[in-house]
Design a protein around this ligand. Structure first.
Ligand SMILES: Cc1cc2nc3c(=O)[nH]c(=O)nc-3n(C[C@H](O)[C@H](O)[C@H](O)COP(=O)(O)OP(=O)(O)OC[C@H]3O[C@@H](n4cnc5c(N)ncnc54)[C@H](O)[C@@H]3O)c2cc1C
Length: 491
């Protein structure tokens, strides 16, 4: 096993039992659990306030049947990867075992929960199971934290933070972990940068990596998602630092090719993109050549980016990056086209600010709209006419849209917006076992190194909506518990 870059002659600026890297839901759950077990815990957080992607989330799952939930998740894995090995099966079981108690745990922390939420529009957000046709799907129950002035992830994070503070967990904000410190093949601490100064933090028992995904690492996206032409929707500080730190120690990786995402608009002026949703089915997606390419209303939201990633091996291009949504006044008037609560910036309720900025493009004819969007005018005109004709017929002969979702695009005016494949969260990272230990490429656990949450998630491409936050809480708790039970290192 390789040693981390910072492996020799450690001398310490701080000493804790457990050091957690990253203060999202996973890091907070790990810190709370280790502190409840009597450990002296430090969380290092790169940003000034933490919360990461967790703060932006809406819901979490709490399955109502262990057996059915294991059946469902295993089935998704089998469809996707063709095989579920013994170790992975144990991870799924451990996840479910912990996830079924999440509503109770949140109530124990003093939180309130409510079912839901239901988010209308396209791409389709599931209310419960993402894939209802899969055996065991009925066990997938979604909840959100309520009872505060905000709901969902913000509320969850507030609740977790109040417990973190109550338990006396130390948090170093604006402190980025740079490396893991190893002695004799054991992780014994963290090298971090705090206020421009390097600090060495000893972890007597263990380090828990909970620093999220790699939505904002061009290098990791290019290598593992196949292209860097995908934009982040979440916390720009999630740059895959945990993936790189674990790789330096020879960690096994998994699910690195998978992410959950929506089509989104990426302005040049923001580091993040805005998810784009349509309220009524009077819209189509077209590629760079002005052609439709999919049944736009059938797909589950979290996998709705997959068709956009198509690479044409004959023309040697990504014809759908960016794609374009073509729509009419009905969607403009129905509500904000980025209805997701935008944590970093608000999308206007009437879409007019975005029209003014040129993010949404408007024209009196389809040909003029095509010119403004940089699409071939004749091609777009033919595509829209054909789609409208099929709406009149009530049959989508090209992509099989449901009859009740065939709503014509009527103008003038006509509207369009560019959309890119955008990432809510990456799933991959260092592979963990059912005890939340990070596994070395040899298959053995790396000593005293744990992980939780999006970093090394067990989910792949077929992701159950609201399954990530549940994983943060479930594996955060497992990691915190097992880290606290380590005997102190003598290194
Ligand atoms: C808009 C949006 C909506 C979503 N909705 C849902 C939903 O409803 N349900 C669901 O289950 N999932 C949802 N997801 C996904 C889910 O939010 C994430 O997968 C999950 O919250 C990740 O939690 P985490 O604790 O692992 O990471 P995060 O919450 O991202 O926290 C990681 C933290 O680590 C910090 N960090 C990064 N690098 C370092 C470093 N080197 N040193 C120290 N700190 C570091 C980051 O600043 C961040 O605060 C959504 C994601 C987005 C973006």
């Amino acid at each position: 096993m390789n040693r981390g870059a910072a492996s020799l002659r450690p001398s310490w600026d701080y000493v804790y039992d457990v050091v957690v890297v990253g203060l999202g839901a996973a890091g907070a759950a790990a810190a709370i659990t280790a502190a409840e077990k009597g450990c002296k815990v430090l969380v290092v957080e790169k940003t000034g306030e933490g919360g990461g992607n967790s703060k932006m989330s809406a819901a979490f799952i709490c399955p109502d049947s262990k057996d059915e939930a294991v059946k469902y998740i295993t089935h998704l894995k089998l469809i996707e990867r063709g095989k579920v090995d013994e170790e992975e099966r144990k991870v799924i079981e451990a996840y479910v075992e912990e996830a079924v108690g999440l509503v109770d745990w949140i109530k124990q922390l003093g939180g309130e929960v409510e079912p839901g939420p239901v988010i209308p529009g396209y791409p389709k957000q599931p209310v419960g199971p993402s894939f209802p046709e899969i055996p065991g799907s009925g066990s997938m129950k979604r909840y959100r934290v309520s009872g505060m002035e905000v709901r969902g992830g913000e509320s969850l994070f507030k609740l977790l933070m109040s417990k973190v503070r109550e338990l006396g967990v130390d948090v170093f904000f604006n402190t980025a972990a740079k490396d893991l410190i190893c002695v004799d093949n054991e992780v014994v601490g963290v090298l971090a940068e705090r206020g421009g100064v390097e600090v060495r933090i000893k972890a007597l028992k263990a380090v828990v990596l909970a620093c999220g995904g790699f939505e904002y690492s061009e290098e990791l996206k290019r290598t593992f998602l196949g292209t860097s032409l995908v934009h982040g929707l979440g916390n720009p500080a999630n740059t895959g630092d945990g993936v790189k730190m674990a790789m330096k120690l020879g960690a096994a990786l998994w699910n690195m090719d998978s992410f959950a995402g929506y089509p989104g608009f990426k302005p040049e002026t923001t580091p993040y993109a805005f998810p784009i949703r349509m309220w009524v089915p009077a819209f189509i997606y077209v590629d760079k050549h002005g052609n439709r390419f999919m049944n736009e209303t059938a797909i589950e939201a979290h996998i709705s980016c997959l068709p956009l990633l198509y690479f044409d091996p004959v023309k040697l291009e990504y014809p759908r990056i960016p794609s374009h949504v073509i729509f009419d006044e009905k969607n403009m008037e129905a509500g904000p086209l980025s209805p997701h609560r935008a944590v970093y910036g608000e999308w206007s309720a009437d879409n007019l600010a975005e029209l003014e900025k040129g993010w949404i493009v408007k024209a009196d004819t389809v040909e003029r709209l095509a010119e403004r969007l940089g699409l071939p005018p004749n091609s777009l005109k033919t595509t829209v006419s054909r789609y409208n004709d099929m709406c009149s017929l009530g049959v989508d002969m090209d992509f099989g849209r449901r009859q009740d979702e065939l709503m014509p695009i009527e103008g003038p005016p006509f509207y369009g917006i560019k959309i890119w494949p955008c990432v809510l969260n990456t799933q991959g990272g260092p592979r963990r076992n059912s005890r939340a230990q990070v596994l070395h490429a040899s298959g053995k656990p790396i000593k005293r190194l744990y992980s939780a949450g999006e970093l090394g998630s067990m989910w792949g491409k077929l992701y159950q909506s609201a399954g990530n936050v549940a994983e943060c809480l479930a594996f955060g708790r497992i990691a915190g518990r097992n880290a606290s039970e380590e005997a102190p290192s003598t290194a």
